[in-house]
Design a protein. Sequence first.
Length: 94
Amino acid sequence: MSEWPRLVSAEPIGGYKLRLHYSDGFVGEVDFSEIVDRGGIFAFLRNEERFRSMQIGHLGQALVWVDDEGDDVDFCADALRMQAEANAVKSMAE
C-alpha cells in the first residue's frame, strides 16, 4: 500500500494565498482570506509577517502557525490538498 502524499512546502504568493507542494509532485493553491477574515483564533494571521511564518508540521501532515500565546494553529494537509485540487478544477472550468 502506498503512502498518502505529504505536504513538503508552502510559499506565499500574495495576499493570504499559499502555493502548496506535495511529495507526489502535486502543486496547488489555497486562499486563506475567508479564514483570516473570521478573526478569533485566526486574527494574528492578519499580520503579513505572521501569515508568512507558517511551518510544515510533523511528517508533512499539517500546515502550522504559532499564535501569540505559543499555541499551534494547524490545518490538515489532506484537507488543504482537497481544497487545492477543487480550486484547480474550478480554474480550469473558468
